[in-house]
Each structure stands twice: as C-alpha cells, then as structure tokens.
Design a protein around this ligand. Structure first.
Ligand code: ATP
Length: 479
C-alpha cells in the first residue's frame, strides 16, 4: 500500500474533496439547500452529528469531567440586552468595513488582499471600483423578544424588547458567576464551562465550516487571582496544545513545548499583537491550523482580565466580587479563557484526515497488488471517528453467518461508549464494504466467516494499513 503524506492536504482540491465527501456520505449539507441555501449556514447529517458529538465529548471528558475545578453550565442564547451593552459587544463587536464605489460589494477591511504588505484599494470583486471605508458593521444578530411595543408604545418600551443572538457563550458564564459562587461555594481558581451555539453576522462567510454565521463554541472561563494570570495562561496553553495533539493535530511535545514552538505539527501558535486583540484581552494566543486555504485561527486562548465581571458588576449593581475566607480579601477575579469552535475543529480534523492511497481489494493481506486501486479515506482518530467499528457477515445469503454477525454486532453495541458507533453491513463484496467504511473513517472492520462458526474467531481489518488479524471474539478489545 502506498500512502501519500497528506496528499491532498495543501491544495484547494482538499477542501473540495472534503465538501464532496461530507455531502456524499451524509456528514454535512448546505443549509436550506432546496431553496438555494443560506450563506454561512450548514446542516449536519447523521455522520456529522456523530463526528461533532465525539469532538464535544472529547473536550467535555478532558476539561470538565476529569477535573474537579470546572463547573458546567448551559445558559440561554437570548439574554437581556444590557448584558451585551456591559460586555462591550453593542458598542464594539464590529468589523471594519470597506465598500466598492462601483459594484458596492462590502469586504472586511482586514481581509482585503495585500500588495507588498499594504491592503489594496482596488475592488477584488469587479477589479474596477475603489474601496472606501464604511461605518463599522456590528456582527450581532438583533432580534425582538415578545410582541414588542405595539402601535403607540413609547420607544423605551420597544427598546426593552430588543435582544441579540449571543455571539459568544462566554457572557452566559459571567452573568452566572454569582450563582455558582452562592450555590457551590468553589474556591479560586475554578472555571465554568459550556458548549453551545453562537451567532455572528459575518460579512463574508466562506471556506465551508470555517467562517459561518451559526456555529458552536466550547468555552471555559477560568477565574483566578490577578497575580496568577501568567502561570495559569501557560497551564491552559499547554492543556490546549496537548489536547489538539491527542486529536492528531500535533504541534509540540508532551510537555507542551514553549509558546510559539512547533515541532512540525499542523497547529501553530500565534501571539496576537495588541492592536489585533479583542477589546477585552490583555494577551491572546491563536492556535492556527494549516487549512487548505491558508494558515488560519482554529481556536484561541485569551486573558480577559477582570473586564467582564467588573463591567457586569457596575452595570447590574450586583456585587460580583469573590471573598477569600482564608485571607479575608475581597476582589473581582481575573479570567483566562480557552475557546474552541466545534465547526472549525471538525473542518480541521476532516482536512487533516483526508488521505489518498492505493490499496488492494482487501484480500488476505490488504497489501498493494496488481489490482490495487486508489482509495480516498478519512484517517480520523478512533475517538473521533463517527463509526468506531463495523461488523460484516462474509456472505449475505448464509443465515448462520448473518446470525453470528448480528450476535457480535449486538455484543459490541453493549460495550460502554460504543452503543451508537457500531455499523452492520452485509451489502456487496467485502472489498467494497471496506472502502465504504474507510471513506467515513471507521478504524476497524470485523468479518464473520465460516471459521468463526467453528472456533469463535473473527478477522479484524485495520483501516490505515489494510492489515488483517484473526482474533477471538472474546478478546476483541475496542475502546
Ligand atoms: P476570527 O478572527 O476568525 O473571526 P475570532 O478571533 O473573532 O475569529 P473568537 O471570538 O476568539 O474568534 O471565537 C472563538 C472561536 O470560535 C474561534 O477560535 C473559532 O474557533 C470559533 N469561531 C469564531 N467565529 C467563527 C465563525 N464565524 N465561524 C466558525 N467558527 C467561529
């Protein structure tokens, strides 16, 4: 078998191939497709749901369940508009805009192509017009809660019903800081975590799942004393780096390496310059990934200081300070925020996993042979693959093989964590069934044949090497 090293990884074809595979195999579809779509929205099919759930579970297990200092929450998407005023989003969550004076297309000023390091003022769309600055564009989706003011209500009443679809999950955690303190009495340092939808009216959604208008975030707000911010920032930098490495997006050694260091991995750390940081941040590292369309932010780590808790305390009149019983001090905690977009991470994993090689027809050795043919497959980590293992009866028309295969299938579905991740396929020849599973990233396939009926052993075939081994059913060790 000849496997090319990331064969379609650095060309635009990679993205096209990922989009095509995602649609063909029921991972991801264009949002509102039968009506021509809606830019920046995608719908997730069965395998996509499984992929996303596995990503979220991996994060949840590692950063919530396996730690004692993280408290999970699930807060409302709609919040009182005062939240977004206090957080600075109403005034400041805006992208600089430029507009072509001929075709009137708008662009984000910081995304306009550069010539010799300077942003061009020629329209990249029509090539004729000149780009001129426009009023910054607030990216929050505004909406109205309740029936609103009615015909003769005062303007203030109408304003009271304005709300926004949250552009980040973070604020739901800041406004619940006091609830967590009062109900669970945690001691610093501790964090709050949540996974949920976020919405941004992006000027130019693009690159499949990379820049969309509706997406999911996995965020932690980790509350600390100000004096601890540097060491805590470093702790989370290493945590994030190691988790990404575990997902196969390596970028450093097990100890995490130094900031900015990259041991030949696919993730690179970028120290974000002060002028490029969000309004609340005193230090930010972007973890960038080599997407087929360039090196771009995958996820981030920010030191948000006490900006949010302090502003909410002032604006709401509710004391959001923390009282340290041991030292007798009262202060507003500072915050370190690791944040990851589920959709962007799913895209990075798909792009990274897409592999092309040549392989035989899945016969006894799986090795390259005269009849070797090209295969496109997803080399996803087992933890993330939508289907963890597939079970095949060698022949569909032999009831005893089908019954035995069903038995093994039912047994595997009872293994903790595997219930929805076992597939059964009796359709077509074995080689074709292997290809179908390879294409969706299934790490292993188990075949039940006549020998199984005699000695209770099965063939286990490995996705990446095509290699096969004989294993006793009782010794199948699938995690
Ligand atoms: P960008 O500079 O690419 O617009 P950002 O710095 O504004 O991103 P954050 O506010 O730090 O992003 O959001 C945290 C994470 O949420 C990002 O690292 C990314 O994974 C995800 N994310 C943000 N905006 C989008 C989007 N429009 N589509 C998909 N994921 C997004």
């Amino acid at each position: 078998m000849k496997a090319k090293n990331n064969p379609v990884g650095d060309t635009e074809n990679n993205l096209e191939a990922v989009v095509a595979l995602a649609k063909r195999r029921g991972f991801i579809f264009q949002g509102s497709e039968i009506y021509g779509g809606l830019a920046g929205t995608w719908d997730w099919g069965p395998l996509g749901v499984a992929l996303k759930n596995n990503i979220k579970q991996s994060w949840w297990k590692r950063f919530v369940e396996s730690r004692e200092d993280i408290f999970p929450v699930d807060t409302a998407i709609l919040m009182n508009q005062k939240v977004w005023q206090a957080s600075g989003h109403v005034g400041g969550f805006a992208d600089p805009l430029v507009e072509c004076n001929k075709c009137h297309k708008s662009f984000r000023a910081d995304h306009v192509p550069q010539v010799d390091g300077v942003a061009t003022d020629v329209c990249p769309e029509c090539g004729k017009g000149k780009l001129e600055a426009r009023q910054p564009f607030n990216m929050m989706f505004k909406t109205q809660v309740g029936v609103g003011g009615g015909n003769d209500s005062a303007a203030s009443e109408r304003d009271a019903s304005v709300s926004y679809l949250r552009p980040e999950t973070a604020q739901g955690m800041f406004v619940n800081f006091k609830n967590i303190i009062d109900s669970l009495h945690p001691r610093l340092p501790f964090g709050m975590a949540q996974i949920g939808k976020a919405f941004r009216n992006e000027i130019a959604p693009r690159d499949f799942l990379f820049r969309v208008r509706e997406f999911e975030q996995m965020e932690i707000e980790y509350f600390i004393r100000e004096s601890d911010w540097e060491k805590t920032f470093e702790m989370w930098r290493v945590e994030m780096k190691n988790w990404l490495a575990e997902l196969g997006l390596g970028g450093g050694d097990a100890s995490g390496g130094k900031s900015g260091e990259n041991a030949g991995g696919k993730v690179h750390e970028l120290e974000v310059a002060a002028e490029d940081r969000a309004h609340y941040s005193k230090r930010t590292i972007d973890f960038e990934f080599d997407f087929p369309f360039g090196r771009k932010e995958l996820c981030g780590l920010a030191y948000r200081t006490d900006f949010d808790l302090r502003n909410h305390s002032t604006a709401s009149g509710v004391d959001l300070s923390y009282f340290d019983e041991q030292t007798g001090e009262r202060f507003i905690p500072h915050v370190i925020e690791p944040t990851v977009g589920v959709d962007r991470l799913a895209l990075a994993l798909l792009c990274s996993a897409l592999t092309e090689d040549t392989m035989g027809d899945g016969g006894a050795t799986g090795a390259a042979s005269d009849n070797a043919e090209k295969r496109l497959f997803l080399k996803l980590p087992p933890e993330i693959a939508p289907v963890r293992i597939a079970v095949f009866p060698l022949l569909k028309n032999k009831p005893e093989l089908v019954a035995k295969a069903r038995e093994v299938y039912d047994m595997l579905r009872k293994v903790p964590g595997l219930s929805g991740r076992v597939a059964f396929d009796d359709n077509g020849n074995i080689g074709k069934r292997y290809r179908r599973q390879d294409e969706i990233g299934t790490p292993e396939c188990v075949t039940i044949d006549f020998q199984t009926l005699e000695d209770q052993t099965v063939t286990v075939r490995d996705r990446d090497t095509g290699g096969q081994k004989r294993v006793a059913i009782g010794e199948l060790d699938i995690k």
